[in-house]
Design a binder for this molecule. Sequence first.
Ligand code: ZN
Length: 161
Amino acid sequence: MNPSWIPFQDLATPMADVHTKEQRSFNMSRIRGKDTKPEYVVRRMVHGMGYRFRLHRRALPGSPDLVLARHRKVIFVHGCFWHKHRCKYGRVRPATNAELWEKKRQGNVERDRRNLKALRAMGWKILVVWECWTRDRAKLEQRLRSFLEDGTPQNTQPAPR
Ligand code: ZN
C-alpha cells in the first residue's frame, strides 16, 4: 500500500476542520466502501477490459499501482491532494499545519517526478490516473482504453509551482 494513499478521513483531527465543503463531499463519496477507492475502481476497470496486471511492483521506481509487464506499461493512481493535482482538490490549502502538509506534498511531487523519469528511461509507458478522474467512470474508461490500446502517455505530474 502506497503510504501516500492515506484517505483524508483517516488523518488526524487537525485536517478534519480545514476541509472545504467540496472536499468534504468528495471524501464522503469515498467512505461508502473499500471498493470505491480510486485504486480499486481503476483495477476493476482495467481487469474488465481483459488486461492482466500485477500490483505495486517494488522492483520498479515508485512501486506503480498497476504493472502490465507484457505491454511494458504502468499505471499510477494518485490522490489529488497528496500529489498536488491541478484541480480543486489538489489546490486545497489546509488552514492548520500548512507548512507541514506542503512539505509532505512537495516531497511527493518531487519523488513522483524522479520515479516517472526513471521509468521512462527504462522504456515503460506511464499513465497517471488522478483520483478526481474516477468520479466520471465513462471518461475514465475512455482514458484507460486509450492508454492501453494506443500506449499514448496521457499526462504526467504537472510542473512544479
Ligand atoms: Zn484532481
